[in-house]
Design a protein around this ligand. Structure first.
Ligand SMILES: C[S@@+](CC[C@H](N)C(=O)[O-])C[C@H]1O[C@@H](n2cnc3c(N)ncnc32)[C@H](O)[C@@H]1O
Length: 276
């Protein structure tokens, strides 16, 4: 049995010198560094490090919340991208039990090819999906509820309730309060592109922070912060979900079990939910 660090090294080796065989199968390959950077801001070992922190937080917290991952479980990676996060769960689950969903056809094709699995599917920006009810024990989504509009988040939570098996768990990241400060700090620094757009996404950052502090979901779809391609500004931008909102907004369907944010370790807070 590989230790956690050995597993991280194994995934890194599958990037640096593929193929790497694990449990009799080659680990998934990678798209170009450019595609990795365009979707996650970094490539190679750096982008894998961020993914590994999230993966470990999922494993540890699902377990401490009494819902450890077992080999017969099914996991859905929502907003799977090119499969950066999903591949880490190959330590706990057989390939057949790992599933992915994304709005970008190009990313789903990359996953289908690199994982050698047809468990990856394209979705419309809003549910429903054609996926079967109550099949999945876990749904994870890294850097997706940090972008979807309030309405899109609410619709997906309702769909997740349909998709999850009884007792199923969710781990979703969102933007943390410190991201307001980071973006405001970019103002007047001469940035271009996405960083410039972030610095302009709120006319008044103090007002946006105050809304967050009152427990409101804060979303901006101003010019330059929608993702491009299928990620249009009618549902995609930058999203900050505070803990009280996460607790109340989805309470018909889910218990918020934990809102985890340690900025010294994590770039995004994680919301852990349990299906009611
Ligand atoms: C910032 S990327 C993160 C990708 C991946 N989770 C990771 O961490 O590497 C956001 C992903 O969410 C996908 N996405 C955006 N809106 C979506 C929606 N409404 N439904 C499903 N996926 C969506 C995007 O296509 C993109 O792959």
């Amino acid at each position: 049995m590989l230790s956690k660090d050995e597993w991280f090294e194994t995934i890194c080796a599958s990037y640096a010198s593929p193929p790497v065989v694990f449990n009799g199968r080659s680990l998934p390959g990678f798209p170009s560094d450019l595609i990795q950077s365009n979707t996650t801001g970094q490539a190679g070992v750096d982008t894998l490090k961020e993914a590994f922190v999230f993966y470990q937080d999922c494993i540890n917290n699902f377990k401490s919340l009494g819902a450890g991952i077992e080999p017969h479980h099914h996991l859905l990676d929502f907003g799977v991208g090119w499969g950066r996060i999903a591949r880490f769960f190959l330590k706990e689950l057989p390939l057949e039990n790992i599933h992915g969903l994304d709005v970008m056809n190009e990313f789903v094709e990359i996953c289908r090819q690199t994982f050698g699995s047809d468990n990856f599917n394209v979705t419309t920006p809003f549910p429903p999906t054609l996926l079967p009810a109550e099949k999945y024990n876990f749904i994870v989504g890294y850097s997706v509820f940090s972008h979807l509009s309030e309405e899109a988040c609410a619709s997906w939570m309702q769909e997740f309730h349909r998709l999850l098996a009884p007792g199923g768990m969710i781990a979703l990241t969102t933007r943390g309060r410190n991201f307001f400060d980071f973006c405001e700090g970019l103002k007047g620094e001469g940035h271009t592109g996405y960083l410039d757009a972030l610095s302009r996404m709120f006319e008044d950052f103090s007002a946006a922070r105050a809304r967050y502090d009152r427990g409101e979901c804060v979303h901006s779809n101003s010019y330059g912060v929608s993702g491009g391609g299928a990620m249009t500004s009618d549902f995609y931008g930058e999203t900050f979900i505070p803990e009280p909102y996460a607790k109340a907004a989805y309470s018909q369907f889910f218990m918020l079990e934990k809102f985890l944010f340690d900025p010294s370790r994590q770039t995004h807070p994680i919301m852990f939910f349990r299906k009611k």
